[in-house]
Ligand binder design. Structure first.
Ligand code: HEM
Length: 507
């Protein structure tokens, strides 16, 4: 895709900035892979909870009527209270999913899907093709998660309703059950108390490597050594994995057992399909690939005659050499081109260290100092020269919208209770609307952006020859606002650097 695209930029960042500089800390919950938020030596892991939660959320899908699917309906207490969703793994996962929603562009449902991707990829699994765009359900879905005491026919019918054939059912169950196990507490009829100080929640695991992705679930099953409580459990009624795995005469499980590669590639496909199973009408994005060169956290502030340009650029998988020279070029409104050498800021990595990225700051390494640009000249687009090679999105450049921005003339009226937000609007841009975007959630935790129009000034309020101010008073300056503007029929959005700490408005 072409930068900027706020939603794709946010999803790409959450998916690929996993560890290190400027990365989302959520991966640390599955590193090491036996990490568990309620404590050590429990026999449980966040990774297993996250994968099971994604499945249970999806398993309500009905291919015929298009209802259910991965839509975060599992967050509702009503769904979590169902017998098919016994255990605290779902609330555990939903608590963590919030950590991914650092931006308004990521739904609860996309977070759930991302957690599963991060768990699988960080813990030995294959790379998963990830799409975004899932929409959060407004209410619980119809029940429909399979349970271990049900018979094979019922499971085949259940997976068919979810959109999976019998062979795919065998695959998906094996792919899921390479992680985790069955706990005594919610399933006392399947697992006995284990009296094991390293497994305090009495989890009987599906295979001997239960915090990592591998084909042991299949090799142990085929060799007859498996301790999987849903295969070799003392209660044959609940041996659902035994019935499912054996339902094609062990053809599928034999192929998994014979080839870790076949297991991994089959699981990569099935996991991606599981995560992409969404209610009809939901339009997912294309598979999100990392942008090779990506501006990030770009923000402009007007300070008198100066535009402060904040930002970073990320170079994807181009080697870790921090001494390489990265130059940023910017086109202005007068046909001029400015340039600056960027400062190395840090390294990040993703997919269990398989990829790395180097970050460069638009100015000093402190991460807060901006570049100072002449306000009248402004900035239209950026490009970068990396080791002598021009990076400009195949000639498009990286477009920058300097038609409106937060102005440092913003001030507090009654600190810290109310304030005035000033938006600097470039003369000649003539936006149809300028508005605040208040980012909040509705009563069922869906992100909502409320637009609050800013009235055009009755008399122009110039800050400099190029910009005039539109102002709005707000009662809660600490609320989460972005600034939006509609220019030539297109809506743009820009962030506000919190203006707590701004001076009191002159009286
Ligand atoms: C007929 C289908 C299935 C049945 C009857 C079934 C049943 C179960 C049961 C009873 C548990 C124990 C849960 C606990 O003790 O908290 C479990 C755990 C788990 N299941 Fe399934 N499952 C099925 C399919 C799947 C699928 C398709 C996936 C994912 C692709 C999956 C992923 C998991 C994971 C990761 C765990 C471990 C959870 C943990 O250790 O915290 N399951 N399953």
């Amino acid at each position: 895709y072409v930068w900027p695209s706020p939603k794709l930029d946010a999803l790409e960042a959450a998916r690929f900035n996993q560890e290190g500089f400027n990365a989302n800390p959520v991966v640390s919950f599955v590193q090491p892979c036996d990490s568990f938020i309620f404590g050590d030596s429990t026999g449980r892991s966040n990774a297993a909870d996250w994968i099971r939660t994604a499945y249970h959320d999806m398993a309500t899908h009905n291919v015929t009527d298009g209802t259910g699917g991965l839509d975060a309906s599992i967050r509702f207490a009503e769904e979590q209270a169902r017998a098919e969703n016994v255990g605290d793994g779902f609330s555990n996962t939903m608590d963590t999913a919030g950590a991914l929603q650092v931006t308004r562009y990521i739904s609860n449902a996309d977070s759930l899907a991302l957690l599963a991707v991060l768990a699988i990829e960080s813990c030995g699994g294959p790379e998963i093709a990830f799409r975004g765009g899932r929409i959060d359900a407004g209410r619980p879905n119809a029940p429909g998660v399979p349970e271990p005491q049900q018979g094979l026919d019922s499971h085949i019918a259940s997976f068919a309703r979810q959109g999976f054939t019998q062979t795919e059912m065998i695959g998906l169950v094996a792919c899921g059950h390479t992680f985790g196990g069955v706990q005594h507490d919610p399933f006392p009829d399947i697992v006995n108390v284990l009296n094991d100080p390293t497994d305090t929640e009495d989890v009987a695991h599906f295979d001997s490597t239960f915090v990592t992705f591998d084909n042991d679930v299949a090799t142990e099953y085929i060799s007859g050594t498996t301790q999987n409580p849903l295969v070799a459990g003392f209660n044959d009624t609940t041996n659902s994995d035994k019935r499912i795995f054996g339902s094609d005469g062990n053809t599928t499980m034999s192929s998994f057992s014979a080839s870790p590669e076949i297991f991994a590639s089959t699981c990569a496909d099935l996991f991606a399909r599981m995560l992409d199973t969404v209610p009809s009408g939901v339009q997912l994005t294309d598979v999100i690939s990392p942008l090779p060169v990506k501006p990030s956290e770009v923000n402009l502030i007007l300070a008198g005659d100066i535009i402060q340009l904040f930002g970073l650029v990320r170079l994807w998988n181009m080697g870790d050499d921090p001494t390489r020279t990265v130059t940023m070029l910017w086109k202005d409104h007068f046909g001029g081109i400015g340039n600056a050498t960027l400062e190395f800021a840090g390294l990040s990595s993703s997919t269990a260290g398989k990829y790395s990225a180097a970050w460069y700051n638009f100015n000093a390494t402190d991460g807060v100092s901006p570049l100072y640009l002449d306000a009248a000249a402004g900035v239209k687009s950026l490009s970068f020269v990396v080791e002598g090679e021009l990076q400009d999105q195949n000639g498009l450049g990286f477009a920058i919208q300097d038609g409106f921005k937060f102005s440092q003339t913003s001030c507090q009226i009654e600190a810290p209770l109310s304030g005035r937000i000033d938006v600097a609007v470039r003369n000649g841009v003539n936006p149809t609307r300028v508005y605040l975007e208040q980012i909040t959630t509705d009563s069922v935790q869906r992100i909502v952006v409320v637009e609050i129009d800013i009235s055009p000034p009755t008399e122009p309020v110039p800050v400099n020859p190029a910009y005039s101010i539109w102002s709005i008073n707000v009662i809660d300056p600490s609320a989460n606002y972005d600034i939006g503007a509609e220019i030539d029929g297109i809506k743009y959005s820009t962030t506000i650097n919190s203006f707590i700490g701004f001076p009191l408005c002159p009286t």
